[in-house]
Design a protein around this ligand. Sequence first.
Ligand SMILES: [Zn+2]
Length: 220
Amino acid sequence: MSSNKISKVGIKVWFFGLLFYSNPLVGQTHMTELPSYVVINNPQETRADVLRNPAEPLSFPLSELDKKIIETLVKKFDQEENCAGLAAPQIGFGKQIIVFAVDDDPDLKKWRPDLTDTMPKTIWINPTYEPVGVDKHTDYEGCFSVDEITGPVPRFKTIQYSAYTPDGTHVEGTAEGFLARLIQHEIDHLNGHCFIDYVEEDKLLSIEEYRKKRKAAMES
Ligand SMILES: [Zn+2]
């Protein structure tokens, strides 16, 4: 595999979540610019609290403001080529909204052999999960709210999820492998947690170090 190929796939594996800078939406009739991401490890970040506090549940039917936040979050998700999921706090809104997708992508499967379950682009309101069993799997994660850092994160292999779609329909089911990892990562953002909370400090890597490590592993 060429180094170009590795680097392209490597980037794709990283990006789990992002957010944009939130102009307050209240009273805005037009949003010409999407908010930037709230970045937890940026010393200049003034909005980091939104990532460290529990997000508010939404009530149905959704308010016009909540609908606008969803629309903004989805636009941000859609404009990113390498984004698997995003949570509203990552763009500055302390609301229980996530958007994510796991495609049946052969390139991604090379890096994530546990990518078995897939899900088309999905918007969930007030989502929760419970582990099914105690088995965990450890793999690297990245996040648009954590600049330039990755690390190995243990996650439950199988979960039971419960959520609402934007029209208020209740959905529930089980998810395994990479999809379960992604759902745990995104719902954690709604509970004030970030993947770096679960990584031992001496195991955190810069993305550059990680790429070198994966490249070496691929070539050995
Ligand atoms: Zn994230």
